[in-house]
Design a protein around this ligand. Structure first.
Ligand code: MG
Length: 383
């Protein structure tokens, strides 16, 4: 038996994190947990750390350090707190793979540190590529640290590319269309956080579910795809596909199109990112084409999805525009979830922040940090 793969799971109490632990539990002879981290959910983090015999845990919010420390007092588990600790634990020589499932901008610097130390990354945090895609991919190449996509669309594309040696003509990203696909445009002004959190296909965290409803998530996935697969923006097409049976497709120079299909279940892309190039058996529902009958596709309506347009625009403009868009969107989504703005204000705040923030053509990591701070301040002033 080969050595176990030693995991650091950043964001272990979230949707991707808990599903990663399901896979560890199913294959204890293949995986072991070195480090688990959470933002604030110290109680679940402690429970997971005990169950999976982690060596260390990190709680990002320092206010939660004391109760976590106490919960683990009788266990041989090291307890750390704060963002610096997140960047530290990923560099440990007892970590082979970092499952990067932090939400938003917070994923960038731990990802950078992990890459600098040559760790394999199972990447569920698309924002680090939206903010600093060029820098992140450069680090991956320079340190021979592979990035395996966990995002279902990008995992699908990655699976379609296995065994291919020919250039990509086009990537076709599928989008479920979110919960408001069939609502008249005029009604989008009055949707509530609860409406937006009811996603028809995928079970995800709050931030990504709101981003799915606003199509910001799809826009971010376009940017993510551009960097992960090194294609031009005009080689990426988005098609609405309610039901999400096809997780995405690749078209080659001879016109052949490969697709990856399956029931929507994030366990599969997580497991594949960990076990590539192998597939392990997985329980779960299987597709039944006879039952399904038909699949639907249509073009996205850009009037309804200004966020998708903004993402393509940021790809064309490059520089720090992705970082501005991401920061504005994080502020806007939080304000929407707190009932401070309307759903349709999210793309408006994103657009106006992009118009006002300082543009940089080749930002350093430090300048990305400054961009993030400036764009958040602008977005907050627009609320
Ligand atoms: Mg996705």
């Amino acid at each position: 038996m080969e050595q176990k793969q030693r995991l650091a799971i950043l964001g272990s109490t979230g949707s991707i994190g808990t599903q990663t632990l399901d896979i560890v539990a199913a294959y204890p002879e293949r995986f072991e947990v070195t480090t688990l981290t959470a933002h604030r959910n110290w109680a679940l983090l402690a429970e997971q750390a005990i169950r999976f015999q982690a060596d260390s845990v990190v709680i990002a919010d320092k206010n939660c350090y004391a109760p976590l420390k106490e919960a683990l007092a009788t266990h041989p588990i090291k307890v750390y707190a704060g963002d610096e600790a997140l960047c530290q634990v990923v560099t440990s020589s007892s970590v082979d793979t970092v499952v990067m499932a932090l939400v938003g901008y917070s994923g960038l610097f731990p990802t950078v540190e992990a890459l600098r130390h040559g760790k394999k990354i199972a990447l569920a945090n698309k924002e680090c590529l939206v903010v600093a895609g060029e820098t992140v991919m450069d680090l991956s190449a320079r340190h021979q640290a592979p990035i395996l996509p966990v995002d279902s669309e990008h995992s699908a594309i990655f699976q379609c590319l296995v065994g291919e040696h020919s250039p990509i003509e086009k990537l076709i990203l599928t989008a479920s269309g979110g919960p408001f696909l069939h609502r008249p445009f005029e009604e989008l002004d009055s949707v509530t956080p609860a409406d937006a959190l009811a996603h028809p296909c995928w079970d995800m965290g709050a931030k990504v579910t709101i981003d799915s409803a606003s199509l910001m998530n799809k826009g971010f996935e376009v940017i993510e795809a551009r960097w992960l697969f090194d294609v031009r923006p005009d080689q990426i097409e988005v098609v609405i596909h309610p039901g999400s049976y096809i997780h995405s497709m690749v078209q080659f120079a001879d016109g052949a199109i490969k697709a990856q299909l399956g029931t929507p279940d994030m366990h599969l892309p997580i497991q594949y990112a960990l076990t590539f190039p192998h597939r392990l058996p997985m329980q779960g529902e299987r597709m039944d084409f006879g039952e399904l009958g038909r699949m639907e596709f249509f073009k996205p309506d850009l009037r309804r999805s200004p966020n998708l347009q903004l993402a393509f625009e940021c790809l064309q403009r490059g520089g720090n525009t992705g970082a501005i868009l991401n920061a504005a969107n994080e502020v806007a989504v939080e304000a929407f979830l707190n009932g401070k703005i309307r759903f349709t204000d999210i793309p408006r705040i994103n657009r106006r922040t992009l118009d006002q923030a300082t543009l940089l053509s080749r930002p350093s990591l430090e300048e990305y940090r400054e961009t993030d701070t400036e764009a958040r301040a602008i977005a907050r002033s627009l609320l």
